[in-house]
Ligand binder design. Structure first.
Ligand SMILES: Cc1cc2nc3c(=O)[nH]c(=O)nc-3n(C[C@H](O)[C@H](O)[C@H](O)COP(=O)(O)O)c2cc1C
Length: 349
């Protein structure tokens, strides 16, 4: 994908600075009176393409959205909505603020078009994010908001399910769906829940809480690309046998070189992410929604991901490195043109 001059210039900066600048700029544009209108004009996919979807009972105006870690605290929801994204997965939301790993904590692997992320999920914590989603404005009316729940670096694995439940209960009425992060926090790599018992321990208290609510919120499990085939089978069995609503695949990888210093995201992950999605889709007989994430750098990657079985696609490194034009190009690639009155008439004759 060809980058603009602006993208090439800001890519000379460290990856976290590049992203910080982009988000700050977006914030400034969003505050200008006609700013959101401009964002829409410049970025939102044309309405003549039919890309709307109904997934796990939720209406998405566009199946392409933002993955966790891009706008972790929900600071740019209005602007991302104006740009035409179908959904934003905020988070990982954790119960208390945590600073993440000391900087520098991200590296750009230029030749590979990938990032090495060791950020450790910096977050402003539950209270801050709650405040953001409570104050949702009319600008986010068409935007579906997912809440990704993650682990505080300091939390002992035995206490995780209590922590997840706390975030889940507090966020329940303010978001449209949940993603339970069962891949690890980049600062606590030793903990990736893989067994049936560990995974059920995360989701069962959430099912229990949801049973008592009037409104239904879909719950998805986000998995690591480093799981073995048997471990993915365990996840699919849980999907089939419990009220779990879907899977998000995948998070960053620790199994690829030089991932000892963090999680690999971006182009190095593309083929593995598509392979995992295809496997989960086939093994669950295409009966459950899957959010495809990981290495979605071009419109062709997104198309392949959807053909492999993803109902929705979440972007992170693709936008960080290749810019937001990816959204519009991908929407064109996956869309079926809306039938005009004229073509309808021709078909009727
Ligand atoms: C800087 C950064 C922060 C991230 N933070 C989170 C997070 O808090 N929770 C999570 O589940 N995934 C997080 N991720 C993983 C992404 O959501 C995504 O699964 C992964 O980056 C693969 O997609 P990509 O190749 O398109 O980036 C983060 C990724 C990056 C690059």
């Amino acid at each position: 994908m060809r980058r603009t001059l602006f993208q090439n210039i800001i890519r000379l900066l460290p990856p976290e600075t590049t992203h910080g600048l982009r988000m700050a700029l977006l914030g400034i544009v969003g505050k200008i009176p006609t700013g959101k209108w401009w964002l829409k004009l410049c970025h939102a996919p044309s309405r003549k393409f039919d890309i709307e979807r109904e997934v796990f009972g939720v209406h998405f105006r566009n199946p392409i959205g933002i993955a966790a870690g891009f706008d972790p605290n929900g600071d740019r929801l209005n602007e991302l909505a104006a740009m035409g994204f179908g959904f934003v997965e905020i988070g990982s939301v954790v119960p208390r603020p945590q600073p993440g790993t000391p900087r520098p904590r991200m590296r750009r692997l230029r030749k590979m078009n990938s990032l090495l992320d060791n950020s450790g999920y910096p977050s402003r914590g539950l209270e801050y994010v709650l405040d953001k989603v409570r104050k949702r404005t009319k600008h986010t009316r068409n935007l579906v908001i997912g809440c990704n729940i993650g682990k505080l670096t300091a939390t002992h694995p035995d206490d995780i399910s209590k922590e997840y439940l706390r975030v889940f209960r507090n966020m329940y009425q303010y978001v449209d769906f949940f993603v339970i992060n069962a891949a690890c926090n980049t600062a606590s790599k030793q903990y990736v829940p893989r067994t049936r018992e560990e995974l059920l321990n995360l989701v069962e208290p959430l099912f229990e809480f949801r049973r008592g609510q009037l409104d239904y919120r879909p719950i998805l499990l986000k998995i690591s690309p480093d799981l073995t085939r048997e471990e993915i089978d365990t996840v699919v069995d849980i999907l089939i046998e419990t009220p779990l609503d879907g899977i998000e695949a995948v998070a960053g990888s620790y199994d690829m070189e030089p991932s000892r210093q963090g999680a690999i995201t971006g182009a190095m992950l593309t083929d593995r992410a598509i392979e995992v999605v295809r496997y989960v889709a086939e093994r669950s007989e295409h009966n459950y929604p899957i959010i495809g994430t990981g290495g979605m750098m071009t419109e062709e990657d997104i198309k392949r991901m959807m053909e492999a079985g993803a109902s929705l696609v979440a972007l992170n490194t693709g936008i960080r490195e290749n810019g937001v034009r990816l959204l519009n190009r991908a929407a064109k690639t996956i869309a079926t043109p809306k039938q005009t009155e004229q073509t309808e008439q021709t078909e009727q004759q």
